[in-house]
Write a protein that binds this ligand. Structure first.
Ligand code: URA
Length: 229
């Protein structure tokens, strides 16, 4: 929203009165006097009029080492959710950028910035998501060939983006995908009737799960991590 409209909305003053407040240097954004009413104000800008704070909301960006057995949801009547694991962020409601299945572990991103979380999950942006996959049966090179050419998903009536498979052990591989369809990794392996027994997300875009975080631990993202999205 434009700063002049923001001030008008919060003070119920006329456009002319708002212009006067601005030119008199009575409005500050992040502590600096701003006279330009056209400045874009986001929900996370601190805005003051004289000594009165009109808005001061911190943007929160967290990574969680998700444990198995916790739902990627904000609440659930039956199962524990990841919100019970992450440190409380006061009144702020966090939402999840890229859900993981109940039994999947690894990198989960949480934020109160809706625009940011939409960017990380937007399939059009083709951000790589890297998973460590364990399976019941051996993984053969033909898996890599099929994943590279795309797997047709009947329900969505689409073919997945080319994905890269690195076979690490007979029954373990690292898979990089570029979208996040429902249970995508498990469905890709199921194409070979091979069941995924453990799934762990290592990274999303440039954000890598911090090896210092034990299962269930979380930390704030760094400025670089936030800006990489
Ligand atoms: N793909 C899956 O099948 N499950 C997940 O939790 C994430 C990706």
């Amino acid at each position: 929203m434009r700063l002049d409209r923001f001030i008008g909305h919060h003070t119920q003053q006329s456009k002319k009165a708002v212009r006067l407040l601005l030119v008199k240097g009575r409005v500050k954004v992040f502590g600096e006097v701003v006279m330009d009413g056209l400045l874009e104000v986001t929900e996370f800008c601190r805005v003051e009029l004289d000594e009165v704070t009109l808005q001061d909301r911190k943007a929160l960006y967290m990574m969680l080492h998700k444990p198995a057995g916790y739902l990627s949801a904000t609440s659930d009547p039956n199962l524990p959710t990841v919100m019970e694991v992450i440190e409380s962020q006061g009144e702020e409601k966090l939402h999840i950028g890229g859900r993981l299945d109940l039994d999947t572990t690894g990198l989960l991103l949480l934020t109160n910035d809706g625009n940011w979380s939409r960017r990380i999950t937007e399939p059009g942006l083709k951000k790589p998501k890297v998973y460590l996959v364990d399976t019941t049966d051996p993984i053969t090179p033909e898996y890599g060939d099929l994943f590279e050419s795309g797997v047709y998903l009947e329900y969505e009536d689409l073919t997945t983006q080319p994905a890269q498979l690195e076979i690490l052990e007979e029954r373990q591989a690292r898979l990089t995908i570029y979208e996040g369809r429902y249970r995508q990794v498990k469905r890709m392996f199921w194409r070979f009737k091979n069941k995924v027994t453990a799934l762990h997300r290592e990274s999303m875009g440039e954000i890598v799960l911090d090896p210092a975080l034990a299962v269930g631990e979380s930390r704030a993202l760094t400025k670089e991590e936030v800006e990489s999205v």
